[in-house]
Design a protein around this ligand. Sequence first.
Ligand code: F6R
Length: 610
Amino acid sequence: MCGIVGYIGDKNCVPILIEGLKRLEYRGYDSAGVGIINSTECKVLKTKGKVSELEKLVFAEQIDSGLGIGHTRWATHGEPSTINAHPHLNKDKTLFLIHNGIIENYLSLKKGLEKEGYEFISETDTEVLAHLIDHYLKLKNSLFQAVRYALNEVEGTYGICVIYNGEKDKIVAARKGSPLVLGIGNNENFVASDVNALIAHTKQVVYLEDGEIAEIYKDHFTTKTIADETIIKEIFEVEVGVDEITKGGYPHFMLKEIMDQPDSIFNSMRGRLVYDEGISKLGGLQGFEERIINSKRILITACGTSWHAGLVGEYMLEQYAGIPVEVEYASEFRYRHPIITKDDTVIFISQSGETADTLAAMKEAKKKGALCLGICNVVGSSIARESDAGVYIHAGPEIGVASTKAFTAQISVLALITLLLARRRNLSLPEGQEIINEMRLLTKKVEMILKQNENIEKIAGQYMNCKNFLYLGRGYNFPVALEGALKLKEISYIHAEGYPAAEMKHGPIALIDDDMPVVFIATKDSVYDKVISNIQEVRARKGRILAIVNEGDEQIENMVDHVIKVPKTHNMLTPILTVIPLQLIAYHIAVKKGLNVDQPRNLAKSVTVE
Ligand code: F6R
């Protein structure tokens, strides 16, 4: 979703803004712009399309200034176009605003402003806010107060930055529902929608909370609430290094992140396994274990890939910890008036920790008194900060829009939570130790799968022109079927559906012919024989079959067109291995089709609006 970056200091802001916007490109966007103010001019440059286009425009102007803001827009109100791109301006072209979020009451605000003679040139909700701030600027004669008064009238979500020619010594930034972080430098300060845009310049950051407004000067900053009360903010040190947000020699972030998985899975477990006791140790849950163990029910809520990880978590927790679990899309959970009690534990899974639906679901669950746990990747993200307790997955920055290493690390953390709860309930020491042994072997087993990359690429070549795919799995591999299908549709734009294999007979079987490849995830588990029957049913209808099977499985190999083999592991850890070939298949098909793998069309890395 929209990316925000701002700079104030002694350096020329232009290269800093452009570099920051490039680091935010992974979030997904369709247009970009900068607003720059110096002693002689106020300049806004915007374009539809890529930051590289904006870069050409901006450098051609040879502007030099120590104050500027930049934005990548992901269209919500109004098509992607230069006019709709940010910054938006007041009539005098002296005030520039960039915004991430949605002003829900923009139409009524617009009507009021039109009555006062304000005119609008774009279709956006953001332009309304620019004029509303201008309206209050005329009344209050202070940018900070104008922003504050305007925001008091706004319903919806925002992360905004404003600069004004009349007050060139500051950027005013505010947040409600859309992330904003200040970067504290030496005689220079920054602001951005995520730390990736800042870490080349500073590791010292301040996270703004909802309802907070900051005045950022080059040598200090102040923060107040929207009600005008001063607040003192803590400065944090971020650990992410610049090398972690570069491609490291790989052609795409997605491939780098798939290949990172031996490390990311290892990091998600590091220091958390206690073999002698056959249990896991999760510092982030300390003090909350009893309440979780005694929960009448665990709810897991998330979106997209994180929701698929949640489904795996449901199977694990019910099978081994014996606690009833329900998994729900965060977007549905927030609106359907769910029955939640103080005896429930609700787990929110989010790579970014900023997904608007998941965050809103958490607010709902908190209101009802449930214990809220976050499973997040991005340290310091909103969900991580606002949950009662939680566990970081420590997968490292995930830049490719299609989530890969976060998924396997989320499952690994869910396995750790399962182990903790199960051991405190019924799981025996040897069973706990067996799980730990298998968790420790995962890194090697993932490496063995990644070594098959070339072969997987060849297989991908044989399927790249297919128009539809069906992914089928049972038990722990049903969520993997959903995830495999999601990966393919996201980055290759091929229609793909995931189904529980047994459900095929209840409808999707009608689709099967020699044009419809079926991907079976068919590892040797308790439903193996049943999946073989499903494979036979597809064969009988001349469907092409690619199967993910365990090493040594010759039975399926002799029945299908292609197999990719993965090592055997503990049944609840199977998804960590079986999903990897599916990530690679999706990746190679998209690359072979010449598509933009890291920034697929219409998608955003972190969905910070509803
Ligand atoms: C899929 C994907 C999305 C995200 C979803 C939730 O590859 O990336 O489906 O999983 O938008 O995002 P987070 O986990 O950041 O809440």
